[in-house]
Design a protein around this ligand. Structure first.
Ligand code: ATP
Length: 238
């Protein structure tokens, strides 16, 4: 479902004439199967968000290729990436990223508005999904009137609105208490089981990693499997 081949990424920082290159990811080969839940763990600064941003098309790798859902995405233009994202990817964030001036309903509805779906169809779809994630009673509430767990449910509804085959999640439980974390992880497992959605979860959290079918670890920009055996860097001893 997601195939990253020989991905290297470096950032260039500093003022013109005094640039410095910061290598962040090294020779990443990562194949995520359809309907797989994978967790990516690793210390702060190990490159997890960079990896997710490459899968999302928000940054372009210095070298290597990425295929998602059978399509080579590495060379897509900004506009084509935007369309590709709408069709294939849903996103969840630690900070939920809801728009404070919009109700739960309006936040969840946004992807349908972007896609130009008719008002009648939007209403049906939004209520269906808010109901599925257990937040329909709060449709008229603003994010500021919802708990963290409720806000994350709204963001899950928004992420699923266009039926993406893949959901990319950056620390999805990072702002939740343990009860809400358990409920969100149960919801992720359910969505994976019932709809076959592929999840890539970036996390610091053992509970989240335990939900995944497979856990990979990033260490200093190298990808290791959970047992610590280097997948890409045979010299790495963990
Ligand atoms: N836009 C950028 N420009 C320059 N350096 C960057 C940029 N984004 C990230 N980096 C650097 O790349 C490295 C990896 O950052 P990244 O955010 O991917 O790590 P992370 O594993 O997600 O960390 P955390 O768990 O703290 O979120 C860090 O050293 C960071 O300073």
């Amino acid at each position: 479902m997601i195939e990253m081949s020989r991905i290297n990424h470096q950032f260039t920082i500093g003022k013109k004439g005094k640039e410095r290159v910061v290598p962040v990811l090294h020779d990443i080969d990562l194949h995520v199967q359809q309907s797989e839940i994978i967790a990516i763990v690793g210390r702060s600064g190990s490159g997890k968000s960079t990896l997710l941003n490459l899968m999302s098309g928000y940054i372009r790798s210095t070298s290597g290729t990425i295929r998602i859902a059978g399509q080579a995405v590495s060379g897509l233009s900004e506009g084509d990436w935007a369309n590709f994202r709408l069709a294939h990817l849903g996103f969840m964030f630690q900070s939920f990223q809801l728009i404070p001036s919009m109700t739960a309903y309006e936040n969840a509805e946004l992807p349908l508005v972007l896609r130009g779906t008719s008002a009648a169809e939007r209403k049906k779809r939004v209520m269906e999904l808010l109901d599925q994630v257990g937040i329909a009673d709060y449709a008229a509430h603003y994010p500021g009137e919802l708990s963290g767990g409720q806000q994350q449910r709204v963001s899950v509804a928004r992420a699923l609105m266009l039926n993406p085959p893949i959901v990319l999640a950056d620390e999805p439980t990072g702002s939740l208490d343990s009860d809400n974390e358990r409920q969100l992880l149960a919801l992720i497992r359910q969505l994976n089981r019932e709809r076959g959605i592929t999840f890539v979860l970036i996390t610091h959290d053992d509970q989240v990693a335990a939900t995944a079918h497979r856990t990979l670890k990033l260490k200093d920009g190298y990808l290791l499997n959970a047992s610590g055996k280097g997948e890409n860097n045979p010299h790495e001893i963990h």
